[in-house]
Design a protein around this ligand. Structure first.
Ligand code: PMP
Length: 417
């Protein structure tokens, strides 16, 4: 895939896949929103680091020193990547879900939480209790801002937190983050930005947006699995009980009790994922260095994709909002008369195209936008090319023209040839 991408874009690893009939094909990766393919630069950096990884903060040995330096320096890389405040904490987690659960465990007791009901389950589900207010997502961004305003006005006295995704993992539409952050500020509330889908596509400035927390996942940022981060205000995190109890989170342990660390290590007990954290940092630096090319590539592909899909008979693209706004390279659609799971299976087996089908861990959003059904999601990124997009559009036109021939059966609940 890399050779078709502009030289100035950090290329991803390419692959070929078997088809049910005919020769194999270059894999058309149109599933970046699930997990983005690894950048070559990330692969090379990890390769160099592998002989040196060791447990951090644990020993005087050279490898441990190298690992500790790399691990601690990556906190600064993340802080820079999201333009965080100097005083913000950077805590490494397994992924966005882990980071949001950590935040949910760290907010003061009786914190009122306001969020939209169309959020990804990772953002929707960690909050429990009577102080959680799920707001039905309105049909315009403008109304979304006032909906948060009204919800916050109705919350009781005490700490308040708004949880908001930066970009929908279903439709790719951006949420009005800065406007909602301003409303939060007006009510003395904090705001946490779920940047799992935004961070791979847009530079983020915590300071310009005026958000309190940002969470993200390495595997959506062109690094392999296993590392994510929670970046934000240190006070609640410092006061919260350790997320995990164990080695590394403590200053001292005696028969009488435990003195926990107050820095990020407080929530990072156990041997951390040094390699994953390093990979995440390298990916962030690569994106930061190449934003211009990344954005140009994605805009071109998204425009081509939306236009191509408009010409497919019976295809409806899903949208959360009726008012125009920015969007990343992710979209979902339904096609009249075709089951999304079956479409995705045919695209994979006959055309070598990877997409996602289902409700995308955002069941309320997907069901609402499809009238109770599921959808196909296409997401472009650095591992996608114009040829992949054209192949998808052509495939859909051919599939629709020939009709749903059910030569596929269900294996383990999924359609297969
Ligand atoms: N939030 C959003 C908006 C997402 O798209 C995802 C991943 N689909 C998550 C959170 C959860 O990310 P992870 O699976 O890496 O924890």
């Amino acid at each position: 895939a890399g050779s078709l991408v502009s030289q100035s874009i950090p290329a991803t690893l390419g692959t070929r896949v078997p088809l049910v009939s005919g020769p194999d094909a270059e894999y058309a990766n149109l599933d970046h929103a699930a997990s983005a393919p690894c950048l070559r630069a990330v692969r090379d950096a990890v390769d160099e680091f592998l002989p040196w990884y060791a447990s951090v903060h644990r020993g005087a040995g050279f490898a441990s020193q190298v690992s500790t330096k790399v691990y601690e320096r990556t906190r600064d890389v993340l802080r820079r990547f999201v333009d965080a405040r100097r005083t913000d904490s950077v805590i490494f987690t397994r992924n966005t879900t882990d980071a949001l659960n950590l935040l949910a465990r760290s907010v003061p007791r009786h914190t009122s939480v306001v969020l939209f009901d169309t959020e990804h389950h990772a953002a929707l589900l960690p909050w429990r209790g009577p102080n959680v207010r799920r707001v039905r997502t309105p049909r315009t961004r403008l109304a979304a801002v006032s909906a948060v305003d009204s919800a916050l006005a109705a919350t009781p006295e005490g700490p308040r937190l708004v949880v908001l995704t930066g970009a929908s993992n279903v439709t790719g539409e951006l949420l009005p983050v800065a406007e909602i952050a301003a409303v939060a500020r007006k009510h003395g509330a904090r705001i946490a930005l779920d940047a799992a889908q935004l961070a791979p596509h847009r530079p983020i400035s915590v300071r310009d947006l005026d958000v309190d927390y940002v969470v993200l996942s390495g595997h959506k940022l062109y690094a392999p699995f296993g590392a994510g981060a929670l970046i934000g205000r240190a006070d609640w995190l410092r006061a919260a009980p350790p997320y995990l109890a164990g080695g590394g989170a403590t200053k001292a342990v005696t028969s009488e009790g435990v003195a926990w660390n107050s820095g990020p290590e407080r929530h990072e007990a156990g041997s951390p994922n040094t390699v994953g954290v390093y990979a995440l940092g390298v990916a962030c630096d690569q994106l930061a260095e190449h934003w211009g090319a990344v954005l140009a590539h994605e805009t071109e592909l998204l425009t081509r994709l939306r236009k191509g899909l408009e010409a497919v008979p019976g295809l409806t693209q899903l949208r959360l909002f009726d008012d125009p706004g920015d969007e990343v390279g992710t979209l979902s659609f339904t096609v009249d008369g075709f089951e999304p799971g079956w479409l995705a299976a045919v695209l994979s087996a006959e055309y070598g195209i990877g997409v996602r089908d289902g409700a995308f861990c955002a069941h309320i959003a997907t069901k609402r936008l499809t009238g109770g059904a599921q959808a196909v999601r296409v997401s472009v990124g650095l591992g996608s090319t114009a040829e992949h997009v054209d192949r998808l559009v052509l495939a859909l036109r051919q599939i629709v023209a020939r009709g749903a021939r059910w030569t596929y059966g269900k294996v383990d609940g999924r359609w297969a040839p």
